[in-house]
Design a protein around this ligand. Sequence first.
Ligand code: KG4
Ligand code: ZN
Length: 344
Amino acid sequence: MALVLGIESSCDETAVALVTSDRRILAHRVASQDAQHRPFGGVVPEIAARAHVERLAPMIAATLADAGITLADVDAIAATAGPGLIGGVMVGLVTGKALAHAAAKPLVAVNHLEGHALSPRLTDTTLDFPYLLLLVSGGHCQLLLVEGVGRYRRLATTIDDAAGEAFDKTAKLLGLGFPGGPAVESAAREGCATAVPLPRPLLGSAEPHFSFAGLKSAVARAVASGAHAQTDIAAAFQQAVVDCLVDRSRRALAATPQATAFVVAGGVAANGAIRAALAQLAADYGLPFVAPPLWLCTDNGAMIAWAGAERFGAGLTDPLDVAARPRWPLDPAAEAVRGAGVKA
Ligand code: KG4
Ligand code: ZN
């Protein structure tokens, strides 16, 4: 049994957790920076990095105290090393390096996306490789065949916006504030999805990828027309995203008969309508559907500690001069797609 301290600081959540290789979460803390970023309608990288600096060290001390242990009891230190906002990533990674050096513990540099990708295995003890993963977050929208720890085959990605980005932009257009995903979801509950016709980009396309930019533009036009209720636009938008995610996932499931489960992870996986539609799709294919609990979908330290535990268990540790990476694809062999290049 190994005990791993995990540190997450790649976006606007400062998070720390203590997780064991036999899936016990001894303690975990998340501090959101929503209040600091809200006046700007989005995450401001400089503000995020400064907030991580202020919060991280006391949070690590508090998390160790929650579990009633000291750094000496920890077997390895895992920190997100990318991808993400580079200032924040550096704060967490350098803190992890300092702790690893001072306490003479091994360091595990974790890819944030690998944290999301392996997080379902923390709470579902039966989930084994290979599984098909829909990874939907603020910066990414990908379908990946997860073949093992560190072994990911990307089947599809977005050629423009990520799904979470589309939720956040729609929230902004609708004046629902920041962060956008949960606000759009609750507005959608009060609206009628068929009241506003919206496009479903790449639906039924022979290519495997996602696209949400055209949907966002259509939302902007629907808002500008003044002809629709805010709740109807939210409901129609969410249904369009559901339809796109289901269609693209169905295509990927058909292409990966070796998958033993269909799994969703990342912040957008917290959406109830999306979870329900994906569960139905998995049932159609006779596969178990696995989605982490809501708190484990959005950014947190436990997923980094768990990915650290999985890597540590596989003998994968990193030197203290390992670099922070603003971009870091899970599948380095995946080809660039047309229109892509803005997001990692
Ligand atoms: O994984 P995450 O916490 O951070 C990144 O790594 O990006 O994902 C954040 C994204 C945001 O775009 C947020 O709006 C979206 O997840 N999100 C949601 C919901 N909760 C969070 N999107 C739709 N419905 C939700 N309930
Ligand atoms: Zn994330």
